[in-house]
Design a protein around this ligand. Structure first.
Ligand code: HAM
Length: 413
């Protein structure tokens, strides 16, 4: 039985094949995401992977709707696997907004599902670090969020030579649109064309723009001028004060595909331009109101940062660590008469917090030792008669003798 296309099996290292995904690398990424979020004072939340279809159909925009995994459940409900976290977050916040002091700073690491055409950096399932701030209109919040994104990328060893945040503004684009077109129902269609400018055939974009009464040359002039709005200036100044100016630049090519963005928007790219966007986000000041049917009105902003492009980038830059086995101590059982004492030792060492491995069944001594070496255990330990213990360092080959009762102290030291 094959797995579904676009889905991944995660294996522990060492990987059996180059094409499979590393469960250890995934854990490494999640741990860094959590550490970064904690440093910035974000609290973790989660929601259900299945949601009512309606949560996504009107709020996220056509592109995501076309990629939905949706079906009817046995209770005849129209449901969908979540393609993104933001609508669920808006729903959750709206339900209990009064219970939390503003600004709310929350993060999550959901698995998301999109029925996309498979390509480099795009699968049908991915994990995404989401960090969002709810209840603050000041650009200081946008800067705080972008600083978190920059610092998270830096935690993986990436530098200003590796990545840059392209900062833009839906407000700037909205003003551009309104000055030239009075039919506001067309604005999202226009944003979608701008979003795809760098990926689509120019003649095709030109044609689509003309149909809406715009010209590609004029759009390009606006992008090239790249005049930052007041809010973008405030964000840039805030980031510069943190010493992060080198990590960000204004780029009006970015507009974001999702429908709900309202203000500053941004995407993180690798400097060499080899990969798709590493992360993306922005302000969505109307979504909580829209999803709560007008009951709760809170400004919000956030980003989504996927694991797929990040892993490709870390691999390409040689920034993934070795994922050796976590075993620290291997308990050798060469004399089966000492198995009971050895098991007691295994439990005592584990209770002291050490990662311990041992042969489950009668095994030849040389095989046991080989296994200890394969696992890169730091110590091989053997129970001997008279409650004594022989400890061998597999790094220095030195041997020491200790009392069974003091084993943990010796091995932890
Ligand atoms: P998004 O731009 O659709 O934004 O996704 C954010 C990131 O998720 C992308 O930059 C990419 O790293 C990753 N990603 C998206 N789709 C795939 C895929 N099919 N395969 C692999 N990786 C993918 C959002 O989802 C917004 N909800 C983010 C947000 C949070 N905005 C405000 N708060």
């Amino acid at each position: 039985m094959e797995r579904l296309p676009g889905f991944r099996d995660f294996y522990p290292e060492p990987l059996p094949h180059q094409d499979v995904w590393s469960a250890d690398a995934r854990q490494y990424i999640f741990a860094k995401w959590r550490t970064a979020a904690r440093c910035y004072g974000f609290r973790e939340y989660d929601g259900p992977p299945l949601e009512p279809l309606e949560l996504f159909t009107t709020k996220s925009g056509d592109e995501i709707v076309g990629q939905l995994y949706n079906f009817k459940d046995k209770g005849d409900r129209e449901i969908a696997l979540r393609p993104e976290m933001t609508p669920s977050l808006a729903r959750m916040v709206a339900a209990h907004a009064r219970n939390y002091r503003k600004p709310i700073k929350w993060f999550a690491i959901p698995q998301l599902f999109r029925y996309e055409r498979q390509q480099k950096g795009r699968l049908r399932e991915h994990f995404q670090f989401n960090a969002d701030i709810i209840g603050e209109t000041d650009p200081a919040a946008d800067a705080e969020l972008i600083a978190l994104l920059i610092d998270t990328l830096r935690m993986f060893g990436l530098t200003a030579a590796d990545f840059v945040i392209h900062l833009s503004s839906r407000n700037a684009w909205q003003d551009y649109f309104s000055a030239r077109c009075h039919d506001h129902t067309k604005s999202y269609e226009f944003f979608q064309i701008v979003d795809k400018l760098e990926r689509e055939d120019l003649a095709q974009s030109d044609e689509k723009l003309k149909a809406l009464g715009f010209s590609l040359a004029d759009v390009n002039r606006f992008i090239e001028a790249g005049e930052p709005t007041l809010e973008l200036r405030a964000i840039l100044e805030n980031l510069a004060a943190r010493g992060l100016a080198d990590f960000v630049k204004v780029d009006y090519h970015v507009i974001r595909g999702l429908a709900y963005y309202t203000g500053p928007v941004f995407e993180a790219f690798d400097r060499k331009g080899e990969f798709r966007a590493i992360a993306g986000g922005g302000r969505y000041d109307n979504l909580v109101k829209l999803i709560s049917g007008g009951k709760v009105d809170l400004p919000a902003l956030g980003f989504g940062f996927g694991d797929v492009v990040l892993l490709e980038l870390l691999k390409a830059r040689g920034l993934l660590p070795n994922f050796d086995s976590p075993v620290e101590v291997f308990v050798l059982i060469e004399d089966e008469a000492l198995r009971a004492d050895s098991l007691k030792l295994v439990q005592a060492l584990r209770a002291a917090g050490l990662a311990v491995e041992y042969p489950l069944t009668r095994t030849k001594p040389d095989k046991q030792f080989k296994r200890a070496q394969e696992l890169k255990a730091r110590h091989a330990v053997k129970v001997e008669a008279d409650s004594q213990l022989r400890i061998r360092s597999l790094e220095t080959r030195q041997e020491t003798v200790a009392l069974l009762a003091e084993a943990a102290i010796h091995l932890k030291g």
